[in-house]
Design a protein around this ligand. Structure first.
Ligand SMILES: [Zn+2]
Length: 257
């Protein structure tokens, strides 16, 4: 990492968020699962290094990267695994830093969205039992209770199963752009089929709240489905009533119009 106080401050916030997400009893991530990131400036962000553990993350497991080293990959048609690896190494601000997670590419993209300063990616048991089932799209599209709307948004972005790494980042970008076009608001949650959960937020607290509420919503969905086949979903009108009106300005800003 660079030695600037702002980088250290943001990295410390990201480390604290990682410890919260990695708490064993929350069952959001074990071993090397999941990763976190945070925007330092318009030029750089910090992200969990490859192979480190969320619950015990320390400063040596955090790598500062330049957006300019990773964002151009999103438009590349075909790159080999070796070329992607080289780009990950080259994006580091300090040559002493560890290799950033291969998921750093989608973190770089998500941290360019307006209002997104922190990103938390986990593999919660409750969410993944739905994402590994035929109910995955329903869980993304529908809502079952008001606090789910407040913390997780009117819908979640749904990304069909994709090979992790560059391809996943590209497919995710398309899905996020389509979401913003259709709903005129920022996503708070991205669901990766057969893979996991991503929360986006302005603060580490909002990323943690969204993750905990998303995991709770999944547990409620699964319980309701076990009792009566399909949960009783809120109607679109009920969802919009809780969420308030769409923000056209957001759509323009997010799409760069
Ligand atoms: Zn993952």
């Amino acid at each position: 990492m660079s030695n600037s106080p702002s980088t250290a401050n943001v990295a410390n916030q990201m480390i604290e968020l990682s410890h919260q997400l990695g708490r064993e009893e929350r069952k959001l991530a074990i071993l090397g699962e999941g990763n976190t990131s945070a925007r330092v400036s318009a030029d750089t962000f910090v992200v969990k290094a490859s192979g480190s553990n969320l619950g015990s993350l320390s400063a040596t497991g955090v790598t500062e990267c330049r957006f300019s080293g990773l964002l151009p990959l999103l438009t590349k048609k075909k790159l080999t695994d070796a070329e992607v690896d080289q780009a990950l190494f080259d994006a580091r601000v300090s040559a002493d830093a560890k290799k950033p997670s291969v998921e750093a590419i989608f973190h770089a993209y998500l941290l360019t969205l307006p209002g997104v300063n922190f990103v938390g990616h986990t593999h919660p048991i409750t969410v993944n039992q739905l994402l590994c089932s035929g109910q995955a799209r329903n869980f993304a599209r529908r809502r079952t209770f008001p606090d789910e709307i407040v913390c997780c948004g009117v819908e979640s972005v749904f990304v069909p199963y994709t090979d992790p790494g560059l391809k996943l980042a590209q497919v995710m970008q398309k899905a996020v752009v389509a979401y913003i076009k259709r709903l005129s608001r920022p996503p708070r949650v991205i669901l990766l089929e057969n893979h996991g959960f991503i929360a986006l937020g302005a603060t580490p607290e909002s990323v943690l709240a969204t993750t905990l509420m998303g995991a709770k919503a999944a547990e409620i969905f699964a319980g309701a489905a076990a009792i009566s086949g399909t949960p009783r979903f809120l109607t679109p009108a009920q969802v919009l009533r809780i969420a308030g009106r769409p923000d056209e300005h957001y759509r323009q800003k997010a799409l760069g119009l």
